[in-house]
Design a protein around this ligand. Structure first.
Ligand code: GRF
Length: 209
């Protein structure tokens, strides 16, 4: 399975996939390209260190969002992916790309969707809102990307306990370590090995072990 990973920041989720493939935990998948919307991020370095072609397609380099959207889709198509993984990618995916890669784009979101998701719920803000609400359990969700924001069919979720003395930073770290970095590689492996299908907008895990 040819996988392209889109990133915006530190790339720890990208790294989790790179490491899982190297460790043989994810089979029949290879990351053929990494695209960031930000020139100066660690995630591009992580890709290059792993020998993966890494490019930046930044909205700042285009005169309009529409032209950026076309450039992003063109760059993605150059890698001829079977699967696109949004790993901390903070730019809304163009409609044309959602349609071109229907049910072939997945995203990792740091909450148990439908809680704490949608416009404005990204990065630390997600954990700030969870702590503000006083939830005792949060977690992460991997889902297929559709036209909405964090609204596509849910593939997998993993719960993480919230501790009384958590700060947004300590909670984010725990959600990454105990949920995101496990769920995303597992989803890539399940898709690469034909264990997932979408029926009536719901994800079915076939021949689950
Ligand atoms: C983090 O907030 C993570 O929860 C979310 O995207 C952000 C950056 O992750 N998935 P990464 O370290 O760039 O993968």
């Amino acid at each position: 399975l040819r996988v392209v990973v889109l990133v915006s920041g530190g790339g720890t989720n990208l790294q989790a996939i790179i490491d899982a493939i190297a460790a043989g935990k994810v089979k029949n998948a290879q990351i053929v390209g990494v695209i960031s919307n930000n020139k100066t991020v660690k995630s591009l370095e992580r890709a290059r260190n792993a020998g993966i072609p890494a490019v930046c397609v930044s909205p700042k380099d285009y005169e309009s969002r529409e032209v950026f959207n076309e450039a992003l889709l063109a760059k993605v198509k150059e890698f001829a992916p079977d699967l696109i993984v949004l790993a901390g990618f903070l730019v809304k995916i163009p409609e044309a790309m959602v349609h071109e890669y229907s049910n072939r784009i997945i995203n990792i979101h740091p909450s148990l969707i439908p809680s704490f998701c949608g416009v404005g719920y990204y990065g630390l803000h997600v954990h700030e809102k969870a702590l503000e609400r006083g939830v005792k359990v949060t977690g992460a969700t991997v889902h297929f990307v559709n036209e909405g924001m964090d609204e596509g069919p849910i593939i997998a979720q993993k719960a993480v306990a919230v501790e009384d003395d958590d700060t947004p930073e300590t909670l984010q770290r725990r959600v990454m370590e105990q949920a995101e970095w496990l769920l995303l590689p597992k989803a890539v492996d399940d898709i690469a090995n034909g264990r997932i299908c979408v029926v009536n907008g719901k994800v079915k895990h076939t021949n689950s072990e």
